[in-house]
Ligand binder design. Structure first.
Ligand code: BTN
Length: 248
């Protein structure tokens, strides 16, 4: 992708970069490719209707707006591609190896350091569906609210160079996500790489299905990005949703 085509918008504080991208697309003021970043969010959103804690200056809060690929299979693999792109950006800029918790949460030592919220909507300006890929990376956040303190963590980076690092990491993340179709083109290689970075394969997990709790062992990821779970009487294939690890 030609980087000069990308529109960059920076905010001091905003409710949510994903919500703002949605509003701007709906009003016809924004079309892909675009990147919105904020120093702080007052109503950061996470998956499953949760909020995303986004205090000022301690993390990266950004939305990358891109056209959805035409191929339906690729749409299912979007979240897999995004998690690899963000993993690579974090590793290339900081040297920190994260682990991917299916579908696309990034962890360091059993604490979530990055969440990804991918949303889609029709963009009249290009007569196509756009993806709004929201990415929140905790860089130096320490004082999480009580309900998050045993689950959320940060990359633990501090020091004089933190502002430069944040700019580098935001740029690299945007670049990798905007180019993810090319960078992670081969579907087979993509899944193999994803599996090698997964922290759930081989682990006991639990999840809910039709309101009932289920336990099983995560044994693989299929070519569509679904999590393959060995359960009591066979295999389950999870296309989306939330899983919990029984032990780390
Ligand atoms: C999750 O952990 O469930 C996903 C969190 C996604 C957070 C990012 S921060 C930037 C963008 N704006 C939002 O409101 N959410 C995403």
């Amino acid at each position: 992708m030609n980087t000069s085509d990308v529109k960059y918008i920076e905010y001091g504080s905003i409710d949510s970069t994903n919500s703002e991208a949605r509003r701007l697309i709906q009003s016809g003021e924004l079309k892909p490719p675009a990147v919105l970043t904020a120093k702080a969010q007052t109503a950061g959103r996470g998956r499953q209707g949760r909020s995303f804690y986004s205090p000022a200056d301690t993390g990266i809060y950004m939305s990358v707006v891109t056209e959805l690929p035409k191929d339906a299979n690729d749409i299912q693999l979007l979240t897999v591609r995004v998690s690899l792109a963000v993993y690579d950006a974090i590793y290339d800029v900081t040297g920190i190896k994260t682990g991917i918790k299916w579908v696309n949460d990034l962890y360091v030592e059993s604490k979530k350091v990055c969440g990804i919220l991918a949303e889609t909507l029709y963009c009249a300006a290009i007569d196509k569906v756009a993806a709004i890929i929201g990415i929140g990376i905790n860089i130096s956040t320490k004082d999480f609210p009580n309900e998050l303190s045993d689950k959320a963590g940060s990359l633990g980076i501090s020091g004089d160079n933190i502002d430069v690092l944040k700019v580098d990491l935001a740029q690299k993340t945007a670049e990798y996500v905007l180019n993810m179709e090319m960078k992670y083109h081969d579907a087979h290689g993509l899944i193999e790489t994803y599996k090698s970075r997964s922290i759930v394969i081989g682990k006991r997990i639990s999840y809910e299905k039709n309101g009932a709790p289920i336990e099983g062992t995560a044994v693989g990821i299929d070519e569509t990005g679904a999590l393959i779970v060995k359960i009591k009487d066979g295999f389950d294939y999870l296309q989306s949703g939330e899983i919990s690890l029984k032990n780390w």
